[in-house]
Design a protein around this ligand. Structure first.
Ligand code: FAD
Length: 382
């Protein structure tokens, strides 16, 4: 057992910290948050340095590293800004499906689009009536001669209105169980019948693009079907095993950033003739949060490490995501609390961490679904 990061990992973590601290300026963070602006130039800058193509194999122009390195970068970006971090690092969201299940032609075309032509990807499973119960999606992906036709509505799609292509989950046939018969199709946003509308007024993560996508008689070729038709649900579950540790790393980053803000503040704010950090209650709360963050970080690394050796452990990915999400929410809550009234107003960054943290408990499976996965693993199906 070795808990030490290797030299490459230390280097990439350091480079990510320097990039985030240099490029995520306070002005840009606040402007994108206030105006819900997608920072395209920043996304391109991060792409150029390889931060958003870490897991894409070198043979397709990516960095060829593992989920462990991706988690290290993710923590550093989210520590400074979850909104800008999400815009940069989720710009290749969904390519994991192509890495895992795509054929050679699909990898050549779509992974290279991302690594060499600044292509932005997305993954669309959620629908207005199918969130946690993703197997109940109503989008249809149906064969018609040599082509396939996609019809449906997807909602809350990250990068929906800025993406070049999206991996869409839909139903191809009715199986014995509703998990059967689902298929992923790669749909290009320039296709006829593709319409994306940005969803505004999010609580947090406001620099990240989120959209509703309507697909009306979108025609795609056979070459854009991912793997074997009917296996989409199982592909999605495998995808989540590989992406949930990264969401956990987002939570660790938000929590770490909130803790550092709190530490700075409690040292300089005085009440009752002493820094508020001198109260034992403050010290114990900070100790609890720091301990939780370290536990969440180690769980995240462990879950990511199993993915990196090709043996993902679904229950570990879910434990990491749930625990890190809860830790981010707790850390951000106490960060606001220590700031008192100043924590409640936009002039101080504490309230932004508070707004950003909540998403970790929601997307890529709400916390209840993570607990369901963990309990199924330890109890079996009753
Ligand atoms: C900013 C943002 C970005 C997103 N990006 C994407 C994306 O890129 N692609 C994509 O496909 N989706 C995306 N989503 C969608 C996200 O994954 C879903 O919102 C999430 O899975 C929950 O689905 P839902 O909103 O329909 O909530 P529901 O499924 O309706 O759940 C609501 C609540 O019901 C309860 N609940 C539900 N099921 C259970 C259960 N089995 N046991 C106990 N309680 C339960 C929980 O309290 C849960 O929080 C995004 C969402 C947001 C907000």
């Amino acid at each position: 057992m070795d808990f030490k990061l290797n030299e490459d990992q230390e280097d990439i973590k350091k480079a990510a910290r320097e990039f985030a601290e240099r490029e995520f300026t306070r002005e840009l963070i606040e402007e994108c948050d206030r105006e819900e602006k997608y920072p395209m130039e920043l996304v391109k800058k991060a792409r150029k340095l390889g931060f958003s193509t870490i897991k894409i194999p070198e043979e397709y122009g990516g960095m060829g590293m593992s989920l462990v390195e991706e988690c290290l970068v993710t923590e550093e970006f989210y520590r400074v800004s979850a909104g800008l971090g999400n815009a940069c690092l989720s710009s290749s969201f969904g390519t994991e499906l192509i890495i895992l299940f795509g054929n050679e032609e699909q990898k050549e075309k779509y992974l290279r689009w991302v690594t060499e032509k600044n292509g932005i990807s997305a993954m669309a499973s959620t629908e207005p009536e199918a969130g946690s119960d993703v197997a109940s999606v109503k989008t249809k992906i149906v064969k018609d001669g040599d082509e396939w036709v996609v019809n449906g509505v997807k909602t809350f799609i990250t990068n929906g209105s800025v993406c070049d292509f999206v991996l869409v989950l839909g139903r191809t046939f009715e199986g014995k169980k509703k998990h059967e018969g689902l298929t992923f199709a790669i749909v290009e946003s320039k296709s006829k019948g593709f319409k994306a509308t940005k969803i505004k007024n999010k609580l947090g993560l406001r620099a990240s693009d989120t959209a509703e996508i309507v697909l009306k008689d979108v025609r795609i070729g056979e070459e854009n079907i991912l793997g074997e038709p009917g296996k989409g649900f199982y592909q999605l579950m495998e995808f989540f095993n590989h992406t949930r540790p990264r969401v956990a790393a987002q939570g660790v980053g938000i929590a770490q950033g909130a803790l550092e803000l709190a530490i700075n503040y409690v040292k300089q704010r005085k009440q009752f003739d002493q820094p508020i950090g001198a109260f034992q209650h403050t010290q114990f709360k900070l100790a609890e949060i720091a301990t939780r963050i370290q536990a969440a970080r180690l769980l995240t690394w462990q879950a990511a490490w199993y993915c990196s050796i090709g043996k993902p452990r679904p229950e570990l990915s879910s434990m990491a995501k749930w625990f890190a999400g809860e830790t981010a929410v707790i850390a951000a809550d106490w960060c606001v609390q220590f700031h008192g009234g100043y924590g409640y107003i936009g002039e101080y960054p504490a309230e932004r961490y508070y707004r950003d943290a909540k998403i970790i408990e929601i997307y890529e499976g709400v916390k209840e679904i993570q607990k369901q996965i963990i309990s199924r693993q330890i109890l079996g199906r009753l």
